[in-house]
Design a protein around this ligand. Structure first.
Ligand code: GDP
Ligand code: GDP
Length: 455
């Protein structure tokens, strides 16, 4: 490293920054209008989690990356769902339920100006049951005079209320310091115990693609579809399923079986559930209705899994209904609409007839293997050396930036850091990713490549 002009500390820092595995998850929950979205904006330091005044606005982004005091984590915002037919307590509980289940720690936001309401008490009960670490945010304390209001919230029994003004930023630093105190370094509950235990699979896809049918098929028994509304006190449930001689943990199958069809907020609710399932899983099986055109919603769900850095399998369902013409057009659609995940193993199944069910497990195993692949540094650099010699970066401004060396900083998914003598263009990065995949496989996994340029 030294003779290439990088100092060791620099190199080690870059590797550490890139090498983190899945990030711990912080859920922000609370009643509507207490300021959850405003707080999330504050935490992520962006204007991305839009605070909308329009009721019923659909937001499909619920997970954001954040950094505080040099630590990175994910934030799940549950602010996007309006109250609906369920009534306020049930609505809040339903959205909080999934977020809490997928979280490593929770920020519970209460409007200090209003004080604790019955709905807040309902969320407190959920939090108690879940047993996750909680930081109590007494929001809308815009000045010193509001601090007394915050103190009243000791009555919730969740410990110290942190007086915060999400709107103006007052007190958020102290609250985030406390969050880091209780938030584990890595998502312990979903990954720390994974070694040797059953692998975690999220079966996701838009409504009516056949998730519950597939689940019934692989679980080997017909179950009565629970038609109850969400927001009951039932926990999200994961299910152990025997498949291909192994036990798999299908996460949040209760969410699939509940089959919630709500009008207002249904899309957001579905997104929240999908995001929560993805966070809990190691591999996502995205189910797509092969009989219908691949939709933007299908693509969003695929993107969620990829952005979360999970292994990915694409399963095209309802194959029993396809005629030759549809099969032809489907192949074209897959190329154009899902070209960015051409690396994902694909299975064509029918939950109705059981067609190719036996191919599901090998596909999942392939994806998990890709997700965990580690390329030894020697092999990687031999490969990079040949690549750079045969296909040098285009000359820019009389200079030719070169990849000097690289290393794999982490797995699950594979993360690489490349050290370069100058700015490496996006096209050349994509070329390197393509060649890495050709050389080492990485089937079924996103890969991350970051480039460090010598000062
Ligand atoms: P959510 O429904 O819980 O996500 O709440 P929002 O973030 O959408 O905020 C609801 C309303 O409360 C908006 O009008 C915000 O501007 C306002 N609000 C949020 N945080 C604060 C705060 O710290 N102080 C004051 N005064 N208003 C706030
Ligand atoms: P979910 O909303 O994703 O859980 O979808 P469901 O499992 O409830 O399925 C939606 C509809 O598609 C139901 O009428 C199923 O019977 C039907 N369906 C599911 N899988 C298949 C399949 O492989 N072939 C056919 N022909 N229909 C299917």
């Amino acid at each position: 490293a030294a003779e290439e002009g990088f100092d060791l500390e620099d190199v080690e820092g870059a590797i550490e920054a890139a090498g983190h595995g899945p990030l711990p998850v912080l859920a922000v929950v609370g009643r509507p209008n207490v300021g959850k979205s405003t707080l999330v904006n504050r935490i992520i330091g962006r204007r991305e989690a839009v605070v909308e005044d329009k009721p019923g606005v659909t937001r499909d982004r619920v997970t954001y990356e954040a950094e505080w005091a040099g630590r990175r984590f994910k934030v799940v915002d549950t602010g996007g769902w309006e109250q609906d037919v369920l009534g306020i307590d049930a609505s809040v509980a339903a959205q909080a339920e999934y977020a809490i289940d997928a979280a490593d720690a929770v920020v519970f936001v209460v409007d200090a100006k209003v004080g604790a309401t019955d709905t807040d008490e309902a969320v407190v009960r959920l939090l108690r049951k879940a047993g996750k670490p909680v930081v109590l945010c007494a929001n809308k304390v815009d000045g010193p005079s509001g601090e007394a209001d915050a103190a009243y919230l000791w009555s919730l029994g969740l410990g110290e209320p942190y007086p915060v003004s999400a709107l103006h930023g007052r007190g958020t630093g102290d609250m985030l310091d406390q969050v880091l105190e209780v938030l584990p370094e890595a998502p312990a509950q979903t990954f720390g115990t994974a070694v040797g235990g059953p692998r975690r699979v999220a079966l996701i896809g838009r409504p009516n693609v056949g998730k519950s049918s597939l689940l019934n098929k692989v679980a080997g028994e017909e179950r009565v579809v629970v038609n109850e509304l969400a927001g009951t006190t039932r926990d999200p449930v994961d299910e152990m399923i025997e498949l291909g001689g192994k036990t798999w943990k299908f996460v949040d199958t209760a969410g699939i079986r509940k089959r919630v069809h709500l009008q207002q907020g249904a899309d957001y609710y579905a997104s929240l559930r999908t995001a929560a399932a993805v966070e809990k899983a190691e591999v996502a099986v995205v189910l797509i209705d092969a009989a219908e055109s691949i939709s933007v919603q299908d693509q969003r769900i695929v993107t969620m899994a990829v952005e979360a850095g999970r292994a990915l399998v694409l399963a095209f369902n309802k194959w029993d209904t396809l005629d030759e013409e549809r099969r032809y057009y489907l192949e074209r659609e897959i190329e154009t609409e899902l070209g960015q995940v051409a690396w994902a193993p694909r299975v064509n199944v029918s939950a109705r007839t059981g067609r190719h069910m036996e191919r599901l497990v090998p596909a999942i195993e392939t994806a998990l293997a890709g997700w965990e692949t580690r390329v030894p540094t020697g092999r990687l650099n031999a490969f990079l050396g040949e690549l750079v010699a045969a296909h040098p970066h285009p000359v820019r401004g009389g200079k030719q930036p070169r990849i000097l060396f690289g290393t794999q900083a982490g797995t699950r998914p594979p993360r690489f850091v490349l050290f370069a003598s100058g700015f490496i263009e996006a096209g050349y990065r994509r070329f390197i990713e393509r060649r890495l995949r050709e050389e080492f496989g990485f089937e079924g996994t996103p890969i991350h490549i970051s480039v460090r340029v010598r000062e």
